[in-house]
Design a protein around this ligand. Structure first.
Ligand code: COA
Length: 173
């Protein structure tokens, strides 16, 4: 019809790019170390030193998978590690760049990890949280996780106050 706007040619203002989740590779190890150590600097109030090293990330990658969240190629927003503990899925080192926290990216990476565990046939997924991080159980409870046990803190020589892990579990059925 003459005079009516052509819907195919309407100018659509560009929105923010949709972040993508991809499997990290060997070239991504330095970026993973940077992200994890930056995010886990929050744990300095009870632990000495950095959260991780290049050697630890390479070792973990042999037994599981790191996922990277990127806004544009090469611009990492966050990462997470997942593997299997027996039949169950397990994830850890969930890290969002401090400059990008509170934008829903943590939740997005948890969704990605849960999807991978479901696809791998895991009936449940678990995470270990240091008991001193009191803000974390409510965060995970809102996402369907529940406390299911405790474990000793694996590196007590790095802890500056007594602490332990709380295990939180979610059914993927
Ligand atoms: C914890 C962490 C992964 C959350 O990621 P994020 O992108 O900041 O969180 P999101 O924006 O996805 O928030 C998801 C929900 O959790 C809440 N939330 C996020 N961080 C929180 C915190 N520190 N305390 C309480 N609630 C929190 C948000 O309000 C939101 O709730 P809503 O959906 O009901 O509004 C991120 O803050 C981080 O990297 N922290 C340092 C490393 C760490 O502690 N990792 C987890 C170890 S188990």
């Amino acid at each position: 019809m003459i005079g009516s706007p052509d819907p195919l040619h309407r100018a659509v203002p560009p929105g923010p790019p949709t972040p993508i989740v991809r499997t990290a590779g060997a070239d991504d190890v330095p970026e993973l170390v940077r992200l994890i150590n930056a995010a886990f600097a929050i744990e300095r109030f009870f632990k000495t030193g950095d959260r991780t090293t290049v050697e630890e990330i390479r070792d973990l990658a042999r037994r599981g998978e790191f996922l990277l969240l990127e806004e544009t190629q090469g611009s990492a927003l966050g990462c997470v590690y997942w593997t299997r503990h027996g039949d169950d899925g397990y994830f850890g080192m969930l890290s969002i760049d401090p400059a990008h926290q509170g934008r829903g990216f943590g939740r997005l990476l948890i969704d990605a990890v849960e999807s991978r565990c479901r696809a791998a046939g895991c009936p449940r997924i678990k995470i270990h949280i240091v008991n001193l991080r009191e803000e974390l159980p409510p965060f995970y409870r809102r996402l369907g996780y529940a406390e299911s046990g405790t474990l000793p803190f694996p590196i007590p020589e790095k802890a500056t106050v007594p602490c332990h892990f709380i295990v939180m579990t979610k059914s993927l059925a």
